[in-house]
Design a protein around this ligand. Structure first.
Ligand code: G1P
Ligand code: ZN
Length: 540
């Protein structure tokens, strides 16, 4: 095996987001672009000599090329072992499961999550540390620094590795283990949920659809829902992973999964539908003519934890991102457990899970999970709902309505203003922050501001301080949260998250219920004046 040192010149745009880099495919495929990032990462973490990593991706365009490049670089850098899903594919939750089970030193997942794929889409590399979580901001800063000064990277001159057969092989001194992508993950799910009661539910004719959005979880869905649990054949829709997700934007929400929403609001709607995103960490839950908002879903799962074998003896606290609605906080209060509010992203959740402070966590962006892994988990959330339905005999809608009756309903939507000039967006946020205190005590469109402040989080575990978003609270339990997206690849996206609490009226149309507050949000941040937009580009 011939180790080669290839001369390279730095790129300047390889700053990591919360968990890795995410770029346009056309950026990633530039000469040495991926290699520069991977070598910088290896160097910044003290090298990978004698380490074991999990490596796979969601099968999107360039997965096959990138994985071979990384395998050869890992071997050249002295990696001891790579664990790879068959054909180079693993869902993000399965990758986390395998990383933790094997006590690996790290993981690389080739994905841009819910962003579109294909040559005109996005690609990314997610890096997980040995606890399955994200690296510290110092390490990501270090990686970025290395990308700016890199002069060479190491690889080997070898033919591509065959990734299609399960089993062990070697590449030079490095061991490569190709694993079944589903087996360990399925075992983990069987140990959490009551598969017997879910099997009975399907045996009794429960009509269910799982939509994999032509992405990585198709085969997981077929195995788990159809083959193991007995959902009828064909229950898994868009089950074959495709490099461009069949042209879909693989983000399971009301807009990008409109085909599924249409099915669920039609007269032959099945009893329940679940969908996952590109890499399988996000989920959407629908009942017959009924949508469960992700913030409600987190709260409802928490409220029903007793039905799940793995949690029935009690749970630690719960956590939500600041942008997520406060519904779960009301549940936590009733259960007498802590409810943590953390910055967007999974990192702070992981710290809380590692120290047994929380069991469940979630975000409004269709991500929910528990401490079984250190990522959000789309299939886990769907199995949780199925388990509750099977155990209670209630429908998705009934479970949700019972929840509202108990706690009140938090109407909630996210409004996105896309493709804003970065400088304009930064200025908008800076000025809004300056003005926050002047809103307090004033009334806008009948809503009186009780408090307005930036969201600042002090991590109880690593002591880090993160500022992430601006919050405006109104009397009566209404709230606006503003923040800029950290994952976009096209200018800046301003996200405006709005919630409105109603103790006893549960049948308002969410868009209508929230429009008056959206108008207030637009006025306070001078959105139209600064961006030229008089309405959001996306409502989810
Ligand atoms: C978005 C979501 C956020 C999620 C992240 C990764 O980030 O809003 O909740 O953690 O994707 O899936 P954003 O673009 O808002 O920074
Ligand atoms: Zn994802």
């Amino acid at each position: 095996m011939q180790i080669q040192t290839i001369a390279t010149t730095p790129y300047t745009d390889q700053k990591m987001g919360t968990a890795g880099i995410r770029k346009k495919v056309k950026t990633i495929i530039q000469p040495n672009y991926l290699e520069n990032f991977v070598q910088s990462l290896f160097d910044a973490i003290g090298g990978v000599k004698d380490k074991t990593f999990v490596l796979s991706g969601d099968g999107r365009y360039y997965n096959d090329v990138a994985i071979q490049k990384i395998i050869k670089m890992a071997a050249a850098n002295g990696m001891k072992k790579l664990i790879i899903g068959q054909n180079g594919m693993l869902s993000t939750p399965a990758s986390s499961c395998i990383l933790l089970k094997n006590h690996a030193d790290g993981g690389l997942t080739l994905t841009a999550s819910h962003n579109p794929g294909g040559i005109n889409g996005d690609f990314g590399i997610k890096y997980a540390t040995s606890n399955g979580g994200q690296c510290s901001s110092q390490v990501s800063a270090e990686i970025y620094e290395k990308t700016k000064t890199i002069t060479s990277y190491k690889t080997i001159d070898a033919p591509d590795v065959n990734l299609s057969n399960i089993g062990s092989q070697t590449l030079g001194d490095m061991q490569i283990e190709i694993v079944d992508p589903i087996k360990d993950y399925l075992l983990m799910m069987e140990n959490i949920f009551d598969f017997e009661v879910i099997k009975k539910l399907f045996a009794n004719g429960f009509d269910f659809v799982f939509d994999a959005m032509n992405a990585v979880t198709g085969p997981y869905g077929i195995k788990i829902f159809e083959e193991v649990l007995g959902a009828k054949k064909g229950s898994v829709h868009q089950a074959v992973p495709m490099p461009d997700f069949g042209g879909l934007h693989p983000d399971p929400n009301l807009v990008y999964a409109k085909h599924l929403v249409d099915l669920m609001y039609s007269d032959n709607a099945p009893d329940m539908a679940g969908a996952n995103d590109g890499d399988g960490d996000r989920n959407m839950i629908l009942g017959k003519k009924f949508f469960v908002s992700p913030s409600d879903s987190l709260a409802i799962l928490t409220d029903n934890y007793k039905y799940i074998p793995a949690y029935k003896n009690g749970i630690f606290g719960v956590a939500k991102s600041a942008a997520t609605s406060t519904a779960v906080c009301r549940v936590a209060k009733a259960l007498n457990i802590n409810c943590y509010e953390v910055p967007t992203g999974w990192k702070n959740f992981c710290n809380l899970m590692d120290t047994n402070r929380i069991t469940f966590c979630g975000e409004e962006s269709f991500g929910t999970s528990s401490s079984h892994i250190r990522e959000k988990d789309g299939i886990w959330a769907i199995l949780f709902w199925l388990n509750i339905i099977a155990a209670t005999g209630k429908s998705v809608e009934q479970i949700t309505r019972d929840f509202w009756a108990k706690y009140g309903r938090t109407y909630y939507l996210r409004f996105d203003f896309d493709g804003i000039d970065t400088a304009v967006a930064d200025q908008l946020m800076a000025d809004l922050e300056q003005n926050l205190s002047s809103f307090e005590g004033k009334t806008y469109n009948t809503y009186k501001v009780s408090e307005a402040k930036p969201f600042i989080y002090h991590d109880v575990v690593d002591g880090s301080v993160t500022k992430n978003g601006l919050l405006v609270y109104f009397e009566g339990g209404h709230r606006i949260c503003y923040r800029l997206s950290g994952t976009g690849t096209n200018g800046a996206t301003l996200r405006v998250y709005i919630e409105s609490y109603d103790k006893d009226n549960f049948d308002k149309n969410p868009v209508e219920a929230l429009t008056p507050l959206l108008n207030v949000a637009m006025i306070l941040a001078e959105i139209e004046k600064r961006t030229g937009k008089n309405k959001p580009d996306l409502t989810t």
